[in-house]
Design a protein around this ligand. Structure first.
Ligand SMILES: Nc1nc2c(ncn2[C@@H]2O[C@H](COP(=O)(O)OP(=O)(O)OP(=O)(O)O)[C@@H](O)[C@H]2O)c(=O)[nH]1
Ligand SMILES: [Mg+2]
Length: 401
């Protein structure tokens, strides 16, 4: 919780290879001042994390933030195994996070949804810290009770193998909801690899990761040097109360601030949502406008005007009922470039999930067949699968109305 005399202090917990890489990219930004040293990189595979550390351009030593857990080297795309490995070491992992999270008010939990390590551990840890079943909370800093926790899930490329799509469906289910159907992360942010990489699959994840980080950076910045501050509590309170707590960023950067046609700027941002979606289905919408400090000081960009323009834009786009706020963030830069970040929430998830459904069903049939043949203990039980599936369906249906 941000206090009047301080800015929101963000922490980052990243698990698995992709999550680790996005976190490394976030740390390599000069403007990561909201995070400082509050970072933990978790992985089951020392070699994976070695590569991430070696390839990053973070000043200083990323090794200090690394925690390898479990007794396997990777979990081979099996998120239940990822969860078991986390559970077996939850005290050690939590001690590490506690050492790093000094007074965090808000935490980002970063993971890809196609794999096993990050996808297994992140939803589990979120639940654990909320319910404090196996961790002895009395021994930890205030973060464990007080911090707002935001899960960030990265959707696989559409052409990845069916197990990845299967993992993503159930990973999303677990990020959003616990097995009993209650809310898990306070907010779940989604970004899709194929959707962010529409000009063709690039050689590396760099470009996609940069875009994800650019959005996270602006979101974090909105709780810092702002005119009308969006506190992190604001991001989660109202959307959660209407059961619309999944979001996607929509970002447009380097817009021409000479004209200040906010409506067009919001349009531009909305065209760049990080997953496929119909904007008019959003039930929550936040707008963060970042403009050169000089323009803000001279009153060329004001919170009142942005707020009014956003109201109009929402009405024009069928979002008048959407909950949310706006904020203006001054940027330490010359020129007239303005950036606009929308956080769109509670939208119909079907346009995203439709990309995975066939693979999901195919993989499920394979698991069924394996079970019939006398069962591989590692596969998910029928019952468990049905719970996760129902949880996702219920949540998606409630938002698709
Ligand atoms: N955007 C993005 N996606 C990534 C990155 N690395 C991997 N992915 C995606 O993540 C999925 C694979 O998950 P990983 O993060 O490699 O898996 P993990 O959490 O390490 O789990 P296991 O290796 O299965 O133990 C695939 O869908 C990849 O496309 C990355 O750096 N950026
Ligand atoms: Mg891995």
């Amino acid at each position: 919780m941000a206090r009047a005399d301080t800015f929101t202090r963000w922490g980052v917990v990243a698990s698995g290879e992709g999550g680790n890489r996005v976190a490394a990219e976030l740390l390599s930004r000069e403007e990561n001042t909201g995070i400082a040293e509050r970072v933990v990189l978790l992985n089951t595979n020392r070699a994976d994390i070695r590569n991430t550390v070696d390839q990053s351009d973070v000043d200083g030593d990323l090794d200090d933030y690394v925690r390898v857990f479990g007794d396997k080297r990777g979990v081979g795309n099996d998120f239940l195994e990822g969860e078991r490995q986390t559970e077996s070491d939850v005290q050690g992992i939590t001690n590490e996070i506690d050492d790093r999270m000094i007074n965090a008010d808000a935490q980002l939990f970063l993971t890809t949804l196609g794999g096993g390590t990050g996808n297994g551990s992140v939803p589990y840890l979120l639940r654990e810290y909320d319910e404090q079943i196996d961790v002895e909370s009395a021994n930890y800093g205030p973060w464990i009770d007080d911090a707002v926790r935001i899960g960030v899930g990265i959707w696989p490329y559409y052409n990845e193998p069916s197990q990845r799509q299967f993992n993503a469906m159930l990973g999303l289910s677990r990020l959003l909801r616990r097995r009993d159907g209650t809310q898990n992360a306070d907010m779940t942010l989604l970004a899709g690899n194929s959707h962010l990489d529409r000009d063709g699959r690039s050689e590396s994840y760099d470009r996609v990761n940069e875009r994800i980080v650019a959005a996270l950076d602006m979101m974090i910045g909105a709780g810092r040097e702002t005119q009308s501050v969006i506190d992190v509590e604001d991001y989660v309170a109202k959307p959660s109360s209407v059961g619309a707590y999944h979001f996607t960023p929509a970002l447009a950067t380097e817009l021409n601030g000479k004209m200040l046609e906010y409506g067009l700027m919001f349009d531009k941002a909305a065209e760049n949502a990080y997953v496929p979606m119909d904007v008019s289905t959003a039930r929550a919408a936040f707008a963060v406008v970042r403009a050169p400090e000089r323009m803000v000081e001279r009153g060329e960009v004001t919170a009142t005007e942005v707020d009014r323009a956003f109201d109009t834009w929402k009405r024009d786009n069928g979002l008048s009922g959407a909950v949310g706020m706006t904020t203006v963030t001054p940027a330490d830069r010359r020129g007239n470039d303005v950036d606009v970040l929308l956080l769109l929430g509670g939208f119909d998830l079907n346009p995203l999930l439709d990309h995975a459904r066939d693979s999901y069903e195919g993989h499920k049939r394979n698991l069924d067949a394996a079970r019939q043949l006398g069962g591989n203990e590692a596969t998910i039980s029928q019952r468990h699968l049905e719970d996760l599936e129902r949880n996702l369906e219920e949540y998606v249906d409630a938002n698709a109305r």
